[in-house]
Design a protein around this ligand. Structure first.
Ligand code: SF4
Length: 549
């Protein structure tokens, strides 16, 4: 402000006696906020425009203030294109839930189901297709190439997407890949590997995995293409989508044909009606459906669930056994803390402090394993892979609950995960962290309530509460690594699951005001409205405010 303006302003303010023109912001800002603008930025711009006009001795109408404010608003980044209507993830909400346990709980290397497990499954799938090319085409093949787009490109480096994609291309599957192989790709990135195609052998390396456009008109935020080339000629190309939780689809994908479920449901309300009308638990409804949809026996379903329970226990044990001063891979140089938190929590004076500390430590342990790229279980995703194992470990290994109770809990948790996948999303690139840690916490709350023999309404209420109190949570991993805030978020997700169960089992169940289906719809709507910067792009939030040095 120059001196002349300064003096004239003071003079006018004095002349105005007590009538301070800046006293009421009502006269300065636009009271009507136009739709589709950022409220806070708009009000600020409007107030600045109004104040400037008063200071210059002009009067400015409300309409003029609005027009000026709109004209100076920063251009919004182009909105993410809506998902294509022909993607199964978009169409899925129409019929009954048909997902099965082995599609949902997947064992694979961390740190992200959509950025490591999905891409590894994709390139493994593509390799199988490529081997079926006619012999004359295979004889001409010179190169295999993977292009990563959207969020896979934006944050793939932090997730090790290129290593996962290469591992799939050379014949590894997520459940059986040796994490040491992935570590060796990180430590010696120049390695090449022969891939057999017909009579030929083509060398591939990390150079064949290309981080391509981060923005564009993609059918899904996690899009990738894989090609077999003969020089510049494309012999085979497939476009794929890693749609969250390790699930994959591709251009032209049709969901596999499945048997009808014994108890068809699209909503928690319908699921609970089956349970209540047949006087069985939610877990038993899911068990019956697993058997009818997948054509499995009860023993086969339980054998799979046992495998997952054992893997969850193993991941917590492995995480707790790591040295206290271990440093996780990546530029954050994050020290692991699970073992230290557990040891110190055991010295706490009060049992409740010990319990919360230990539960947090179990979640940190499994989540740090994810950060190391070791084997984890999607429940529902890699980033949230600490939440369910923390409760499973605590209930089975510490509280010594009967294994059958944990199996039932795992089945009830599936119901929650299925419904969130069916009507909303499990992908942070579509819905932010509420779709990962929020869903995981909700599943863990259902697990806990079921393991303690809660009635179906209490199971629903616990799952609802846990999900409700994660709504709106954004995804902003620092440096694109699934470590900060992800590892601690798993601990909070586990503790919130316990809190949700504690409230649900102690309140009067019929008075719980919000039903689970409404909260899942809120999850879907919030995911749709969330600014795309907060959907696993590392362009905002903590990813911006934390400085690494
Ligand atoms: S912030 Fe949440 S959603 Fe994003 S990577 Fe971390 S755990 Fe996953």
């Amino acid at each position: 402000m120059n001196k002349a303006l300064d003096r004239s302003l003071i003079k006018r303010l004095l002349e105005a006696d007590c009538e301070d023109p800046l006293a009421s912001t009502d006269q300065l800002t636009s009271q009507e906020i136009p739709p589709g603008v950022d409220r806070r930025t708009f009000l600020m711009r409007s107030a600045v425009g109004g104040a400037a006009a008063v200071m210059m001795g002009h009067s400015i109408s409300a309409q003029e203030r609005t027009a000026k404010a709109l004209a100076t608003l920063p251009q919004a980044s182009s909105p993410k294109p809506p998902l294509a209507a022909d993607l199964n993830v978009v169409k899925k909400g129409q019929g009954p839930v048909l997902t099965t346990a082995d599609e949902f709980y997947k064992v694979g290397p961390g740190p992200s189901s959509s950025h490591t497990i999905g891409p590894m499954r994709i390139t493994y799938d593509f390799y199988q297709r490529a081997t079926k090319l006619p012999a004359d085409k295979l004889a001409r093949a010179t190169k295999l190439q993977v292009n990563l787009f959207g969020s896979l490109s934006a944050t793939g480096k932090g997730h090790g997407t290129e290593r996962a994609a290469l591992a799939g291309l050379v014949g590894n599957e997520p459940a059986t890949v040796d994490p040491k192989f992935l570590d060796s790709l990180r430590d010696k990135p120049d390695q090449t590997f022969p891939v057999k195609l017909g009579d030929k052998s083509i060398n591939v390396s990390l150079k064949d995995i290309i981080y391509d456009a981060t923005k564009g008109d993609f059918k899904h935020p996690n899009t990738m293409t894989v090609k077999v080339l003969a020089g510049d000629e494309v012999l085979l190309e497939q476009e794929y989508y890693s749609v969250g939780g390790g699930f994959i689809e591709w251009k032209g994908y049709t969901p596999p044909k499945k048997n009808p479920p014994k108890y068809p449901f699209r909503l928690m309300k319908e699921l609970r009606a089956h349970a209540d009308n047949n006087k069985i638990s939610i877990a038993k409804v899911i068990l019956a459906n697993e058997m009818s949809i997948a054509g499995r026996t009860e023993a086969e379903v339980y054998a799979f669930i046992d495998k997952i329970i054992n893997a969850m226990v193993a991941t917590v044990k492995s995480g707790l056994s790591m040295p206290e001063d271990d440093v996780l891979p990546g530029p954050i140089k994050l020290h692991s803390k699970a073992a230290t938190v557990y040891k110190r929590a055991m010295d706490d004076k009060y049992a409740s402090d010990k319990g919360i500390g230990a539960l947090s430590a179990f979640a940190l342990a499994a989540s740090e394993e994810n950060g190391r790229g070791h084997l984890v279980i999607t429940a529902p995703t890699g980033g949230s892979a600490g939440v369910m194992p923390a409760l499973v470990y605590g209930l089975l290994e510490v509280r010594k609950l009967d294994r059958q109770k944990i199996r039932d809990g795992m089945l009830a948790a599936l119901a929650v995960g299925y419904l969130c996948k069916h009507h909303a999303t499990l992908s942070a690139a579509e819905g932010g962290c509420q779709a990962e840690i929020g869903v995981a916490s909700s599943m863990a709350a259902a697990l806990t309530a079921t393991a303690y023999d809660a009635e179906s309404r209490v199971v629903e209420n616990a799952a609802e509460s846990a999900l409700e109190h994660h709504l709106g949570m954004t995804c902003d991993p620092v440096a694109g690594y699934v470590q900060v805030p992800c590892i601690e978020r798993c601990a909070f997700g586990a503790v919130k699951a316990w809190t949700a169960y504690a409230i649900a089992s102690n309140e009067i169940a019929s008075r719980h005001r919000v039903d689970f289906d409404a909260t899942v719809m809120a999850l879907a709507e919030t995911a749709k409205d969330m600014n795309s910067k907060y959907k696993e792009t590392s362009e905002a939030g903590l990813a911006l405010s934390v400085t690494l040095c």
